[in-house]
Write a protein that binds this ligand. Structure first.
Ligand code: SAH
Length: 243
């Protein structure tokens, strides 16, 4: 079972339904889909749908539970995201450390990642349900991220650890050497015609131009343009001659 499909995001006592929608969007963009809400203050709610945008399906499939115990009952591992690590409790990891440990672990089963309320976070009792804590490092004393922003960061780390590749860029395919040699022959002929190149004293011109165009490694479209330019020079010279 893939790492992403084992993750269940549990939002406890969310106060603003907009944050539920934003969290769903954060999840879906990173390939997470299991969302469980524990006693949300307002859900379903059009404000959640509005902020979920293309992730409304996650909201429709979200399970709503009365208690955290119910939400994590069938999970083999529970982690809590907290802005305020408390001394008593479980080990605290950064998102990256936590995700790496999870990916390396041989334990199977559903993993709950629990997030707290906007105003008050998680209670001590709720935190004690977790075997490990995840704290997102912050730049200053203000350590409290927006709930959905915290979900986004965890979801992103999970996605990276599950081997995501960057969005596919179009591949650049330079033309082959036969095409390049045809181009240089054509270019040289034109430069001789325009008298830019003196065959009796060519110096390093063609070698320099080879270096320049070789570095550019034109693709088929670009080569068409270059050859088109050369042809247009020939045509222009012909028109001049006929005048
Ligand atoms: N004032 C609350 C913060 C709540 S923010 C408190 O002091 O706990 C809502 C939720 O977002 C938190 O319960 C936590 O799950 C998550 N969160 C916010 N900032 C975080 C951080 N720096 N690291 C990990 N989780 C964070």
């Amino acid at each position: 079972m893939s790492l992403l499909s084992r993750i269940r995001v549990v939002l406890v006592g969310t106060q603003h339904p907009g944050n539920i929608g934003s969290a769903a969007r954060a999840m879906k963009t990173m390939g997470l889909s299991a969302l469980v809400l524990v006693a949300p203050e307002a859900f379903p709610d059009p404000r959640a749908d509005a902020l979920a945008v293309g992730a409304v399906d996650l909201l429709q499939r979200a399970r709503v539970c009365a208690t955290l115990d119910e939400a994590v009952a069938d999970c083999t591992r529970v982690a809590a995201a907290t802005a305020r690590p408390r001394h008593i409790s479980a080990p605290v990891y950064t998102p990256r450390e936590w995700v790496q440990r999870l990916a390396a672990s041989e334990h199977a089963g559903q993993v709950a990642l629990v997030f707290g309320r906007e105003r008050t976070g998680l209670t001590n009792q709720e935190v004690d349900r977790a075997q490990e804590l995840v704290a997102i490092p912050t730049g200053g004393e203000y350590t409290s991220l927006n709930l959905a922003a915290a979900v986004q960061i965890l979801a992103y780390e999970l996605l990276l650890a599950s081997g995501a590749s960057p969005l596919e860029l179009p591949v650049h395919e330079p033309v082959d050497q036969v095409e390049m040699e045809r181009f240089y022959t054509h270019l040289e002929a034109i430069l001789v015609r325009t008298q830019f190149l003196d065959r009796t004293n060519p110096r390093l011109l063609m070698r320099r131009l080879r270096k320049l165009y070789g570095r550019a490694a034109p693709d088929a479209n670009e080569m068409n343009i270059l050859r088109g330019i050369l042809t247009s020079v020939t045509d222009a010279l012909e028109r001049e001659r006929k005048r």
